[in-house]
Design a protein around this ligand. Structure first.
Ligand code: ADP
Ligand code: ADP
Length: 232
């Protein structure tokens, strides 16, 4: 589903250049939950942001569902982002809009007519377990509920890939577990490929099939979770 080939990302000018991602190669399978773990500054965020064109690689190629993602622009890129959506550590919700209107937002942008939009929002609210909270504003929700809105919004246009950027790092352990269970449920039910980055071993152990360990821009180890983390 995703092929990352010889990808490098350098920030800054010659004098102050930082190689955030250094010649990385990863293949992620269709329907897989793939985790990237590493300390702060390892390059995880840069890597995941290149998967939906939020950052452009300095070198190398990234293919998602057979299509090169790193050199497309404009309307094509917006279309591609409907297929590769993302959730965030701080949710990135629209604070002046209700749960319903936050989830409807990407459907509006995609030009889905109102009646169809509302039907889809209803399905999504039920999928993420937010029934009864339709008219609440983000400030009236718990952290876990906010992330459920983020997930519903990300799924609105039926993506093939869901990218999770430290999606549970702002949540307490119990809420983290409930969000991880929701992600597993979505992965199973919709066959969605999930790529997540985290600095928490627990997250990887709980839901990932395979993991890559990142350090100083490099992948230092990769494989099935049980193999990479042999000793509990
Ligand atoms: P992580 O997500 O693992 O914390 P990042 O991808 O955020 O790692 O950062 C990797 C390296 O790239 C760090 O040294 C960071 O300071 C640097 N970096 C990240 N984003 C930028 C940027 N926009 N401009 C310059 N340097 C950056
Ligand atoms: P959280 O505490 O839920 O993780 P943040 O405080 O990091 O969220 O806020 C995420 C983004 O939303 C930030 O860009 C912030 O400026 C904006 N934001 C937060 N609260 C409000 C609000 N009440 N009204 C408008 N924007 C807000």
């Amino acid at each position: 589903m995703i092929t990352i080939k010889n990808v490098t990302k350098t920030y800054g000018s010659k004098q102050g250049a930082v190689k955030a991602v250094d010649n990385v190669n990863i293949d992620i399978n269709d329907g897989e939950i793939f985790g990237v773990i590493g300390y702060s500054g390892a390059g995880k965020s840069t890597l995941i942001r290149m998967l939906n064109g939020l950052e452009i690689p300095t070198d190398g190629s990234i293919k998602v569902a057979g299509r090169e993602i790193s050199h497309i622009k404009g309307a094509k890129l917006r279309k591609a982002r409907q297929e590769i959506s993302m959730i965030f550590q701080h949710f990135n919700l629209l604070w002046s809009r209700t749960v319903t209107d936050n989830i409807a937002f990407p459907l509006e942008i995609a030009g889905v007519p109102k009646k169809k939009r509302m039907q889809r929002v209803k399905e999504l609210i039920s999928l993420v377990g937010l029934d009864g909270r339709e008219n609440a504003y983000p400030s009236q929700l718990s952290g876990g509920q906010k992330q459920r809105v983020g997930i519903a919004r990300a799924l609105a246009n039926n993506p093939k890939v869901l990218l999770c950027d430290e999606a549970t790092s702002a949540l307490d352990p119990q809420t983290t577990d409930s969000i991880l269970e929701l992600l597993v449920d979505i992965n199973k039910r919709l066959g969605l490929t999930i790529v997540l980055i985290t600095h928490e071993m627990h997250v990887i152990r709980k839901i990932c099939h395979r993991v890559a360990v990142m350090e100083g821009g490099n992948i230092v180890e990769t494989g099935p979770v049980l193999q990479v983390f042999k000793n509990p």
